[in-house]
Design a protein around this ligand. Structure first.
Ligand code: PEP
Ligand code: CO
Length: 476
């Protein structure tokens, strides 16, 4: 805190100082109207002129996605809310600029393709695939500063903002990183698009999705049997039809990130020809994190005016009344596919915290897409200071989420996970029963611990095993 009182770190941006508008829904929205609201988790840029110059550059650069992709995704999410599809949203807690490499991107894609195959096969539902990638470069932090050996520096807020190294230089919020983040997002997206359009996702070649480093595991055997069965059905159908069946060569992949740094999001908020309103063209499906979901805050103000499908993370402290008001501000028209509510309660809290929220939303006749994030309510710090999550808690929260929705007469339409295709040891447990000693072996995350490949596949199988029946019936 002290650190930011240093005059060099005060943002001389007068618009921040305007008084807060008390009326929420009726006030005029503009891409910059968030600036007049209380804003948290924003970087403090030492040089306001440099920031403005950089934002002008960013505004002139091409967008990363198109409005018609965004609207197509909104229709798919509306289907998911009605039980006709299932959402698989996953990726790193935070991407880093250094991790914008071919193997990291393709391995993450491979895991998600394998998981979605398991889900499609087991749930008998099409899966909507959304990556936490191509823009997941900013992180909310619990404190503005980090102190080591008596030295306080600004916290690392993700590569979009500053560097992770504990030096004053690295921790300085650097506007050039906004441009680099845009470029890295474009490279990631370009590679993903080229892969999926070029046949990487072809169901005739599931071997393309094999991960080089995976040794024999019982999960692999189960997965292979399933792939074999699907391949046989496909060949059988094609023999009957006398030609290859269309539609199996490619899949759609959409992108999402926490839209945290509002200067960045604003610069990519654009109008498009032949569509009313404004679109955030930095990603298809931005979400508001739990720490920035205040009703009168800058993030809610920004999100209410964009036409993308949007999501909000909901923690155990949200009250039914707050949630209803949030839904009214963010989705006043009750537009199908517009609003996703991602609950992240913790395995031990979900059974008490979620039912009142489900009941309140149901009672007013809203049908948002409900998604479970079983990661963020189950983070713990070990005695060694290492941040981890227990696979058992992640699985239990998911299991309980399905049960709580069934009891409430609502539907869990998707899952939101932190995962990687790398051979990491960050979460405890799972098929190989990783122990605290294993964590030291391959812990790579700068932020939250991620599921590795095997743990991810196991979660997909678990969803199918225990809850396929609950998830698949259609809503009339
Ligand atoms: C995240 O998704 O990485 C995150 C910070 O989540 P939450 O806002 O739910 O804590
Ligand atoms: Co996280």
């Amino acid at each position: 805190m002290m650190f930011f009182r240093n005059a060099a770190y005060v943002v001389p941006m007068r618009s921040f100082e305007r008084s807060v508008t008390p009326v929420l829904d009726t006030a005029e929205w503009t891409p910059s109207s968030w600036r007049s609201r209380p804003h948290t988790q924003q970087p403090v840029y030492p040089d306001a002129d440099e920031l403005e110059r950089t934002l002008a550059q960013l505004r002139a650069l091409p967008p990363l996605v198109t409005s018609w992709e965004i609207l197509a995704l909104k229709r798919l999410l509306a289907d998911a809310a009605e039980g006709r599809r299932f959402l698989l949203q996953g990726g790193d807690c935070a991407e880093s600029f250094d991790d914008c490499t071919s193997p990291l991107i393709s391995n993450r894609l491979k895991v998600m393709l394998q998981m979605s195959l398991v889900l499609v096969h087991g749930l008998k539902l099409p899966v909507v695939r959304v990556g936490r990638f191509a823009g997941q470069y900013a992180k909310p932090r619990s404190a503005d500063t980090e102190t080591r050996d008596g030295v306080a520096l600004p916290s690392y807020r993700g590569d979009l903002v500053n560097g992770a190294a504990f030096t004053a230089d690295a921790r300085r919020a650097d506007p050039q990183r906004l441009i680099r983040g845009h470029a890295r997002s474009a490279m990631t997206m370009n590679f993903v698009r080229a892969l999926v359009d070029g046949g990487f996702a072809d169901l005739h070649h599931p071997e393309y999705w094999d991960l080089g480093w995976v040794e024999y595991s019982p999960l692999q055997a189960e997965y292979r049997q399933m792939v074999e069965a699907i391949g046989n059905s496909l060949r059988f159908m094609e023999t009957l039809a006398g030609s290859p069946l269309g539609g199996f060569q490619r899949v759609d992949f959409y992108t999402s990130h926490e839209a945290l740094v509002l200067h960045y999001e604003q610069a990519l908020t654009r109008r498009v020809p032949r569509q009313p309103g404004w679109f955030n063209l930095s990603t298809h499906y931005p979400w508001i994190g739990m720490r920035t979901a205040a009703l009168d805050g800058a993030h809610v103000e920004y999100f209410r005016g964009i036409r993308n499908p949007i999501a909000v993370k909901i923690g155990p402290s949200v009250t039914p009344d707050q949630l209803l008001r949030l839904a009214d501000v963010l989705d006043p028209e009750r537009e199908p596919g517009r609003l996703t509510l991602i609950h992240r309660m913790g395995a031990d809290k979900i059974e008490a915290a979620l039912p009142p929220l489900l009941a309140a939303i149901k009672a007013v006749g809203r049908t948002p897409l409900w998604v479970c994030d079983p990661m963020h309510g189950n983070t713990e710090t070990l005695g060694t200071g290492v941040k981890t999550r227990r696979f058992g808690n992640i699985r239990d929260e998911l299991d309980r989420a399905f049960d709580v929705h069934v009891a409430a007469g609502t539907r869990l339409g998707g899952v939101h996970l932190e995962l990687t295709g790398e051979n990491v040891t960050e979460c405890l447990g799972g098929a190989r029963d990783l122990t605290e000693t294993d964590l030291a072996r391959a812990y790579k995350s700068q932020v939250d611990p991620r599921l590795n490949y095997e743990q991810s596949l196991e979660i997909a199988m678990q969803i199918v095993r225990k809850h396929g029946a609950a998830a698949s019936p259609r809503v009339a």
